[in-house]
Design a protein around this ligand. Sequence first.
Ligand code: PGA
Length: 241
Amino acid sequence: MNVIIKKDYDEICEQIAEQTIEQIKSKPESLICMPGGDTPLGVFKYLIQKVKEQNIDLSKCSFVSLDEWISLDRSVKGSCIQTLFDELYDKIDIDLQNQVCFFNGKAKDLDVECQRVDKFIFDKGGIDLVVLGIGMNGHIGFNEPGVDTEKYCTIVPLDDVTRSVSVKYFGEQLNLEYGITLGMKHLLGAKDVILIANGTKKADIVKAVVQGEVSNKVPASLIRNIEKSQLFVDEEAASKL
Ligand code: PGA
C-alpha cells in the first residue's frame, strides 16, 4: 500500500477526484464504489466539478454504494444513500435506474438484498475502483473489527464505536444495531482501492492501519495486502506516523 501524505483534506479530494476521472477515461464502463459518511464529501465536490469542466461521458460507467444502516432509507438525513444521492448521484448525468446500485436498508429480506447487490457487481466483472473512509475503529464499510474476510455482501452487527460515532450523522442516537455492507471479498477483490483519512481524530487509527499488524482486528489494515492500494492522509491524520 502506498501511503500518500497531503497538506490538507482539500488536496486529497482533488487528487482522488482526478484519479476517478482517469479511471473512467481509461475504462468508460468502470464500476466505481463510493462510500457515504463525511470523508468522501470533498471528493464528490471535485468529481462533479471535473466531470463538468472536462465534459466526461459517464453513460457507460456504474456506481455501487458501499454500505447502509439497517432500517434506514433515503428519507433519513445522514443515511448513506441520502448522502450519495444528494451529494453525488443527483448532481451528475447518470441514469439512476440502471447505473446506480445501492442497499435498501429497509429491505424485507436482507439476504436477498445482499444477493441482488452481489449480482450487480459480479455482472460487471467486479469493482474497478473503490474509495473508502476509515472508521474510528478501523472499519471499512461496515466491516467491523474481527470481520470474516470471506464474505461478499453481508449483514453485520454494529460495533459499539460505530454506534456512538453515528450520532454525528443523525444528530441523535438512533437505535441502530446492524449494517449491510460490501464485504471484504468485494473490497479485497477490487482492482484499485483508495483509502482516505483526515483530521487529528484519525491519527491513532491511521498509525494502527499503517504500522500495526495486518489483521482483521483492524479491517483497513487488510488493504495493505493489495499492492496497488493507496492511503491518502492529511498532515493531521499522519501526525503519529
Ligand atoms: P467518516 O466515517 O467518513 O464519517 O469519518 C468513516 C467510516 O466510519 O467509515
